[in-house]
Design a protein around this ligand. Structure first.
Ligand code: PEP
Ligand code: MN
Length: 337
């Protein structure tokens, strides 16, 4: 349930309410909005039967949260969540572009891509060190060595970095080398992994599962939030449908649905959605037009020889052209780049 506090509720009153509710074995999440503070109460609410919360000083009203996802729902927090990474804001008026190779292959290739995407206007660098490959014989990523290159690329360019975690045992090492922790589509319902990243203080980029409904997607975000980490960026990356002409079907309607249902930022990955570089640009533009807070785009300096996802990777010069076009679209929908 949600406890809406009076605008003039004092610190002492809030502490008292939190103490009473926690004393009953429930967890309380405090959400400070511009105008007032809201307390989200999670747990078995039947224990509240003997405690009419409305009578506590500072409480304005008590409302049930009707959605199955609580902390990530718009009901819990009306204002958009804006996530600050090294001073760059995700979820605000500025649209953020994350770009870079699918996987980190060599230091030189990574640095080259990093330099070029930065010049074109990307604000985050992506690169996988632990790769979720369909075949056990395909390139699995450089692991820790790749993470070190990624951290070096950050030092060189100043761009914060994003990389994927596949196994909770890698959390410490990934935490040390990245700014945003990515959970890939295949692990969207790896609940142990969600719980672990929910316990750290770094933003999590959660990708939608290949055949997950939006409700399931948001329930996965709730797993992370329930552990205390509310810095969650949702990423639509295409879903499996009967259509085979593209790798996946980009669900553009996920953007307005997520915006209505949650307060979390939502970005789109057109690369994994279409699987072909020639179709990345139109889908990227459509995503910004539809209200996405950002994009994640695969860029490789030598796509033909890429060890992973070369077919969908943009060459840096094509990416630079796309960035100019995206700027115009962002401005047309009241955003900036
Ligand atoms: C990726 O971002 O490289 C990736 C593997 O994406 P997804 O989990 O969406 O397939
Ligand atoms: Mn990829």
């Amino acid at each position: 349930m949600i406890i809406v506090l009076r605008p003039d509720a004092t610190r002492e009153q809030i502490d008292h309410i939190v103490e009473r509710v926690k004393g009953l074995g429930l967890s309380v999440h405090i959400s400070k909005g511009k105008e007032r503070t809201i307390l989200g109460v999670i747990g078995d609410e039947s224990v509240l039967e003997g405690l009419p919360l409305e009578v506590l000083p500072g409480v304005e009203k008590v409302m049930p949260i009707l959605k199955p996802y609580k902390l990530v729902s718009r009901e819990f927090r009306r204002e958009d969540t804006v996530i600050d990474v090294d001073g760059i804001k995700i979820g605000g008026r500025q649209v953020q572009i994350i770009a870079g190779p699918c996987s980190i292959e060599t230091k030189e290739l990574l640095f080259d891509a990093a330099k070029k995407v930065k010049k074109a206007g990307a604000r985050f660098l992506r690169g996988g060190a632990f790769k979720p490959r369909t075949s056990p014989y395909a390139f699995q990523g450089l692991g820790e060595e790749g993470l070190k290159y990624l951290a070096e690329a950050k030092k060189k360019t100043g761009m914060p970095v994003v990389t994927e975690i596949m196994d909770p045992r890698d959390l410490d090492i990934i935490y040390q080398h990245t700014d945003i922790i990515q959970i890939g589509a295949r692990n969207m319902q790896n609940f142990r992994l969600l719980t672990e990243v929910g316990r750290v203080d770094k933003p999590v980029l959660l990708k939608r599962g290949l055949s997950a409904t939006l409700k399931e997607f948001l329930m996965s975000a709730e797993y992370i939030a329930a552990e205390g980490n509310h810095k969650i960026i949702l990423c639509e990356r295409g879903i499996r449908t009967f259509e085979t002409s593209v790798r996946n079907t980009l669900d553009l309607s996920a953007i307005p649905v997520i915006k209505e249902e949650t307060h979390l930022p939502v970005i789109v990955d057109p690369s994994h959605a279409v699987g072909r570089w020639g179709m990345v640009a139109p889908m990227a533009k459509a995503a910004i037009a539809a209200g996405a807070d950002g994009l994640m785009i695969e860029v490789h300096s030598d796509p033909e020889n890429a060890l992973c996802d070369g077919a969908q990777s943009l060459q840096p010069d094509k990416f630079a052209v796309l960035m100019k076009e995206l700027k115009k679209i962002a401005e047309a929908v009241g955003r900036k780049m």
